[in-house]
Write a protein that binds this ligand. Structure first.
Ligand code: PRP
Ligand code: MN
Ligand code: MG
Length: 196
């Protein structure tokens, strides 16, 4: 833990090395089950680290099946959180022109976490209107919470308990993205970086 965050996290939930092992396995699984080119969609900002590491593995990967897939990369900005609460209002930054490009393509959505599931359900509703030939979703984390709408992605890294987690690009009011491990934020951290 960098010294600037020492008091702001209460524990390391998933160390960076464990994340990377899981990313390697997920990449293999995704490539094995793909047929044809993939449009890999990074859900900004939280998805950027998982996306970068996943793409990096996929592009170097030769699987047992000998399967290998050409990738194109897309970036979608989606936001709904303020402090540790979902606002319920999901903003998706995609122009009409960008959406039209998805027609007939195989999309792989890369997200950091499914919490309530509201973000992913809203995003998928929007993307389906543009008739991609398939949509698969991978999320590094899924939270076990009674606030969940029941959405489960196709490829999941880890199921985690109902705590507010940060690091590996997951933020609390934009802080902690610069932390390698996935950690539980402390009360000290919540107070220090709270927004009005
Ligand atoms: C977070 C996270 C997911 C979403 C999950 O994004 O990165 O995209 O919330 O929550 P949900 O399942 O309850 O909808 P956020 O809105 O904080 O934007 P960010 O990725 O830029 O941090
Ligand atoms: Mn996000
Ligand atoms: Mg966030």
């Amino acid at each position: 833990i960098p010294t600037h965050y020492e008091k702001d996290v209460s524990s390391i939930l998933i160390p960076h090395g464990v994340i990377m092992d899981r990313v390697n396995k997920l990449a293999r699984l995704i490539v094995d089950e793909s047929n044809g080119p993939l449009v890999v969609c990074c859900i900004l900002k939280g998805g950027h680290q998982y996306f970068a590491d996943l793409v990096n593995v996929i592009k170097k990967l030769t699987t047992k099946s000998g399967n290998s897939v050409p990738l194109s990369l897309e970036f979608i900005r989606v936001k709904s959180y303020h402090n540790d609460q979902s606002t319920g209002e999901v903003k998706v930054s995609l122009t009409e022109d960008e959406c039209k490009e998805f027609k007939g393509k195989n999309l792989l959505i890369v997200e950091d976490i499914i919490d309530t599931g509201a973000t992913m359900v809203k995003l998928l509703e929007k993307l389906r209107q543009y008739e991609p030939s398939s949509i698969k979703v991978t999320s590094l984390l899924i939270k076990k919470t009674d606030r969940s709408n029941g959405y489960i992605p196709d490829y999941v890294g880890f199921a985690i308990p109902d705590a507010f987690v940060v690091g590996y690009a997951l933020d609390y009011n934009e802080y902690f993205r610069d932390l390698d491990h996935i950690c539980v934020i402390s009360e000290h951290g919540k107070e220090r970086y709270a927004n009005p």
